[in-house]
Design a protein around this ligand. Structure first.
Ligand code: FAD
Ligand code: LAC
Ligand code: ZN
Length: 473
């Protein structure tokens, strides 16, 4: 790796090649400090040309590259293995917004742009970039594209895949594939950009993306509803969908223990409704008119109260109240981590199967781990829940794996997915290999071999490498 390090300095400048352990440290461990590895180097190029030169150099020296953007990924896909032979390729210095075209409804952002910066830039131009997630102040566009991130607005705007019009990608041989098209329609052969969206750094390095912008809603109504059962929560969502259709941009589920934990542990939060209830929905509807939506929401909620399924509710009167509601939703994992460990998950089933899934997993808890608390929350409108388990600190990893295995069995029984939006990374690689058909796995390996024949792009992420790793020179 010595010769590679020397040549890298000539490409990106000595100060952008980090070799010392203390400089590498923050790139080698994940957001929640639960998964770590060791890299030989961290490389921080500043332009697409520099990324291309580094990738070509790595190919010549046989050095494996682990792309990393904001390092908020939840499946250890941007973290090196423990060998100390891989180099982290950080995209964080590619942080320019190259162009905003409000009339054309797109902007071009480099891979290192922080999501929130892109949202703000779109807002200043009078448009909206609708991707929204808890990590938006830290995650970066390259990571969002590479994971096909979902988040809270998928119901209305789709996942990242639906928001990308074009891409610029550095391929494994160091060539630049320019797919920076701004078109909504382009059926000229295979849609190559889709290969890289959600490929988690295993097929190419994303350096820039053309992102779709939408009209900025002028009136947004955020409300919190309490219900007595999961069946009622799912039924209520269906009723709201009938009433508001695509105006619903978010419908999030929060459990009673999740709300109590957030209120107990995080400063300054207040319960959105007067008393505890078993389940809660946090819903957002929005439109481009100035007014009239709140009255419609209130009329619909009156109907739902009259039917008796909705036990209590509150409509946010201002931005502070809206933020408080979201903070209760977003803060429960952070709160749970103050008192123990959290076993995270990200599963999807058909929306109507959500009550069955949660009930079956809950019923299995006494045999799986009687001391675990189930904290399901998330994007119920998409059928995507984070079925997290709060466990005491230092719970052995066998117990954590047993909990996940039990959950995954129940997801399988319902024909669901064990990774709805976070991807595969290193953590779920073996679990997906055991579930996908041989035909699907073979095709995935063939795509990998075609685009990365030497297997140097994020080896061991998504797929098990098929050939032994040779020592780099
Ligand atoms: P990183 O963590 O840096 O990388 C993620 C993966 O992409 C890795 O495999 C990496 O190798 C690869 N990669 C990164 N950059 C590139 C590139 N330029 N080219 C090729 N490959 C690359 N995710 C959701 O989908 N929905 C949520 O609601 C959500 N909420 C979250 C809330 C919190 C508090 C946290 C911590 C995470 C959350 N996540 C969520 C997960 C995470 O934020 C997303 O996966 C995000 O898209 C990752 O972006 P990143 O820039 O941090 O990527
Ligand atoms: C969320 C992350 C965990 O929805 O995906 O909060
Ligand atoms: Zn999520």
């Amino acid at each position: 790796v010595q010769a590679f390090a020397e040549a890298s300095r000539a490409i990106v400048g000595a100060s952008h090649v980090l070799g010392a352990a203390e400089d590498r440290a923050r790139y080698e461990v994940d957001f929640w400090r639960q998964h770590g590895g060791t890299a030989a180097l961290v490389l921080c190029p500043g332009t697409t040309a520099e990324v291309a030169a580094i990738v070509a150099l790595a190919a010549a020296h046989g050095v494996a590259l682990v792309p990393q953007a904001g390092n908020t990924g939840l499946v250890a896909g941007g973290i090196p293995d423990g060998s100390g032979r891989e180099a982290i390729l950080s995209l964080r210095r590619l942080d320019r917004i190259r162009r905003i075209d409000p009339a054309g409804d797109y902007l071009i952002a480099e891979a290192g742009c922080i999501l929130e910066t892109v949202q703000n830039a779109a807002g200043e131009a009078g448009r909206m970039f609708p991707l929204t997630l808890g990590a938006e102040g830290s995650c970066r566009i390259g990571g969002n594209v590479a994971t096909n991130a979902g988040g809270n607005n998928v119901l209305r705007y789709g996942m990242t895949r639906n928001l990308v019009l074009g891409l610029e990608v550095v391929l494994a041989d160091g060539s630049v594939l320019d797919l920076l098209r701004r078109l909504h329609k382009d059926n000229t052969g295979y849609d190559l950009k889709q290969l890289f969206i959600g490929s988690e750094g295993t097929l190419g390095i994303v350096t820039a993306a053309v992102l779709r912008l939408v009209a900025m809603p002028r009136e947004r109504v955020t409300f919190w509803l309490a219900v007595g059962s999961l069946d009622d929560a799912v039924h209520l969502f269906a009723q709201l969908r009938n009433a508001f259709g695509d105006l619903i941009s978010a419908c999030e589920l929060i459990s009673s223990p999740g709300v109590e934990l957030a209120l107990e542990r995080l400063p300054g939060l207040r319960r959105p409704v007067s008393e505890p209830h078993p389940w809660h929905l946090l819903v957002e509807v929005a439109w481009t008119f100035d007014s009239g939506l709140r009255e419609r929401v209130e009329a619909e909620l009156e109907r739902q109260f009259a039917e008796g399924r909705c036990l209590d509710g509150a409509v946010a009167d201002n931005e502070a109240q809206r933020r408080m509601m979201w903070r209760v939703r977003e803060g429960q994992t952070e709160a749970a981590m103050q008192i123990g460990d959290v076993v995270r998950s990200d599963v999807a089933v058909a929306v109507g199967d959500i009550p069955t899934l949660v009930t079956r997993v809950f019923d299995r808890l006494p045999t799986l781990a009687p001391f675990a608390t189930l904290l399901p929350f998330g994007h119920v409108g998409d059928g995507n829940l984070h079925m997290n388990f709060a466990v005491p600190r230092n719970t052995p990893s066998e117990v954590k794996l047993r909990l996940l295995d039990g959950l995954f069995e129940e997801v399988d029984r319902l024909g669901g997915s064990i990774s709805a939006e976070h991807g595969v990374g290193r953590l779920k690689r073996d679990a997906i290999a055991a579930r996908k058909s041989p035909a699907a796995m073979t095709l995935m390996h063939r795509l990998k071999d075609t685009l990365d024949p030497a297997g140097l792009l994020n080896p061991g992420v998504v797929l098990t490498p098929r050939r032994p790793f040779l020592d780099p020179d």
